[in-house]
Design a protein around this ligand. Structure first.
Ligand code: FES
Length: 270
């Protein structure tokens, strides 16, 4: 490889390093997509140009044909051949600067690819498996008012949240008051996760006549009396039931979190 060719490859690698550096700077400088895209394109182009030059100049494209030597070569010829091979190897390994630049370019490009992972936000931790319901959490309406044992008429339903987490999508639940004796209930109350187990829409409709919860998205129907079991529709998993109790002053509280993950995500991944 001639010095001119080496310089061309070095220039391409430097461009790749600069492109990756500009991408990282643009990312931390506010994340303008136009600049990030341009910088990444420059980095990729530099790497491609360097790779092409390297391959082209180290492995010349011309074809070389030679007669197969049918006689043993002389000692002198073998020595000359060895010298030629060593010389070729030196020619290949000589450009240490290029190898350093190649490492820098690849490292910077890898960093540019890894850095955006920060944008994925905090790890979900236990959010896939737990909601904000805790033992003793009062059931509150969307306006934050506490629900007590006299709040609902028979065969009516409302959306409830744990106190301190109003609006938390994962924790939303439907509280239904049933006539005494028709189901395993707490003073007539049962509560189920409001997240449909099909695709996560709010199961927001209560059909009192059939005592069923209906998801408006794809019409999955859940049986309130039978533990939230699926009656019809695309959902294939019962609604998780929230364990509840009534305190001495009549307030409805949770006895803990749902006994299983809510919504569809967990089931689709398992
Ligand atoms: S999201 Fe409820 S049925 Fe599809």
């Amino acid at each position: 490889m001639s010095p001119r060719e080496q310089n061309a490859i070095a220039a391409a690698l430097i461009v790749a390093v600069l492109g990756s550096g500009c991408f990282i700077a643009a990312y931390f400088g506010g994340g303008d997509r136009l600049y990030e895209g341009l910088a990444m394109a420059v980095a990729a182009a530099g790497l491609c140009a360097a790779a092409l030059g390297w391959a082209f100049w180290i492995v010349p494209p011309e074809r070389v044909a030679d007669e197969i030597e049918t006689y043993p070569s002389s000692r002198g010829e073998r020595a000359a051949e060895r010298g030629e091979v060593r010389s070729d190897l030196r020619a290949v390994s000589r450009p240490r600067m290029l190898l350093g630049l190649l490492s820098a370019a690849l490292g910077a490009f890898a960093a540019a690819l890894i850095v955006p992972i920060r944008s994925l936000g905090p790890a979900p931790a236990g959010a896939l498996f737990h909601t904000r319901w805790r033992k003793g959490s009062a059931l509150v309406r969307e306006d934050g008012s506490i629900v007590d044992v006299g709040s609902l008429n028979v065969d009516s339903a409302i959306a409830v949240f744990p106190s301190g987490a109003v609006g938390d999508a994962q924790s939303q639940a439907m509280l239904i008051r049933l006539p005494d004796g028709v189901a395993d209930s707490v003073r007539g109350y049962v509560a189920y996760s409001r997240l449909c187990t099909h695709a996560g829409c709010p199961v927001a409709l209560y059909r009192a006549a059939a005592r069923q919860l209906l998801c408006p998205c794809h019409q999955s129907v859940f049986d309130v009396v039978a533990g939230g079991a699926v009656v019809s529709g695309p959902a294939d998993h019962a609604l998780p039931r929230l364990p509840i109790a009534v305190t001495g002053d009549g307030t409805l509280v949770a006895l803990g979190d749902f006994p299983e993950p809510v919504g569809p995500g967990f089931w689709e991944r398992s």
